[in-house]
Design a protein around this ligand. Structure first.
Ligand code: GLN
Length: 448
């Protein structure tokens, strides 16, 4: 009731929710009460969550924040949301994002921008919540949900978590099933939890993760006890500080928070080691080839024939063109153009194939470094939340925001983003922990 009231009061301004399912949530909550009274209820019984509108939810509109799916009601439930329902969670509704998860500020939504609940001291400027899981992060930060699901392709869980002062984890690629999540870039997409604390995220991931025969890239590996991992001692643990992340443009305030994080870990008994990930500098360039390439292929299915919006024309080609012309926003069209270009005959070797080779080098950087250290500590984003309007004219400026989150996505390794301090303007600043493949437990331990 408290969360539904918060949604009623705040959603007009914050615009986190695209669809509110208050009646269904009330019904689920009543059932949860019964289960709790009977005892032995699963961990998430009665916990109210917000679901990114990229997860298909049976009988509930799922838009990907796109006009092309404005009225799409899936006949099935994604595996991750089905797992959460199995464990008793209550869904408050579907939350806003950048269209098809393409963006870093939640400014590319067909349902309007999301406002960050945080303000600069003494100012009323509209700040972005980050993206693409901006609705998820804002909903948790504004008490409009206790936790949320997100997806992360190049930083979409971690960067909005940093901008809104909450915690989020992008698990190892393959840890959660992608089945029923609307695809952006299939070799990078991962679902993960966003919440108020590391422990909340551990409890949620416990439920979301696991092998799914319906996703051939999900991994058949036991899901460890993440909540127990939150209480592990850090004595003797080796923490790497990658020098390439001291990038130009890093705000001095973020550098100070990073140093603070190093000090905390020293006090907890960790050994701090300087390390190098030499191919970091190619991360963004290769990501913005591979992600659009896969997106252009994934988005070919929205043709106005099978489902979603249809805008007729005088021929089949015209139907395609009209549907896609009206249905997709500018950023999505830009990605389709980039993606089809780098995949086209004559350019494939020069761009796409080369990017895949560099991706392997980025992966090897991580493999080498994790021979020496258990975990890496870096900032999550180069700045605090920026204002709507800043960064917006030049798409490349927006892409630069992903500089610290993209390498882990390229390598498929897990990344936990958590709040670590405030800027002089009073905005949250985040730190990121990166771990070995399937080393989420270590991230929960160090993050706690
Ligand atoms: N900002 C990045 C992009 O636009 C990452 C988005 C994501 O992780 N979904 O592609």
């Amino acid at each position: 009731k408290a969360h539904i009231k918060a949604i009623d009061q705040l959603n007009n301004r914050i615009n986190a929710y695209i669809t509110v399912t208050a009646d269904a949530a009330t019904q689920q909550a009543k059932e949860a009460d019964k289960k709790l009274a009977a005892g032995n209820a699963p961990a998430l019984t009665g916990i109210p969550l917000a679901i990114k509108d990229l997860f298909c939810t049976k009988g509930v509109k799922t838009t990907a924040a796109s006009r092309i799916l404005e009225n799409f009601v899936p006949p099935y439930e994604s595996t991750v949301t089905a797992n959460l329902l199995r464990d008793g969670a209550v869904f408050l509704g579907k939350v806003n994002l950048d269209e098809f998860a393409m963006g870093s500020g939640n400014l590319n939504s067909a349902f309007g921008a999301v406002e960050n609940p945080w303000k600069r001291k003494g100012e009323d400027t509209f700040l972005v919540p980050g993206g693409s899981s901006g609705g998820s992060a804002a909903a948790v930060a504004a008490q409009m949900a206790m936790g949320a699901t997100g997806t992360d392709t190049g930083g979409s869980i971690r960067q909005p978590a940093a901008y809104c002062g909450i915690t989020g984890i992008k698990p190892t690629y393959g840890r959660c099933s992608r089945w029923g999540i609307i695809a952006y870039a299939s070799s990078l997409d991962q679902a993960g939890p966003m919440g108020k604390s590391v422990e909340d995220c551990a409890i949620m991931l416990q439920s979301m993760a696991g092998f799914d025969p319906k996703d051939s890239t999900s991994v058949d590996k036991e899901v460890p006890d993440y909540r127990a991992a939150c209480n592990r001692s850090l004595k003797g643990m080796k923490v790497g500080i990658p020098m390439e992340y001291r990038a130009p443009g890093l705000s001095p305030e973020i550098e100070a928070v990073w140093q603070q994080g190093i000090n905390w870990l020293k006090e907890a008994g960790c050994e701090i080691v300087d390390v190098s990930l030499p191919h970091t500098k190619y991360g963004l360039a290769t990501y913005y080839i591979i992600a659009p390439a896969e997106a252009s292929s994934n988005l070919a299915r929205y043709d106005g024939v099978r489902y979603g919006r249809r805008v007729v024309g005088n021929s089949l080609d015209e139907l395609y063109a009209n549907t896609r012309g009206e249905g997709f926003g500018d950023e999505v069209k830009r990605r389709i153009l980039m993606g089809t270009y780098v995949l086209s005959a004559g350019y494939y070797d020069a761009y796409y194939l080369r990017a895949q080779k560099v991706r392997k080098l980025i992966y090897q950087d991580f493999t080498n470094v994790f021979d020496k250290v258990d975990v890496l500590l870096t900032p999550t984003a180069p700045t605090a939340a920026f204002a709507k309007g800043e960064n917006q004219e030049d798409p490349v400026q927006m892409y630069l925001n992903d500089i610290f989150t993209v390498p882990a996505s390229m390598a498929g390794v897990p990344g936990l983003a958590l709040p670590a301090g405030l800027s002089s303007q009073g905005l949250p600043l985040g730190l990121q922990l990166l771990g070995r493949p399937f080393g989420e437990e270590t991230l929960f331990a160090v993050g706690s």
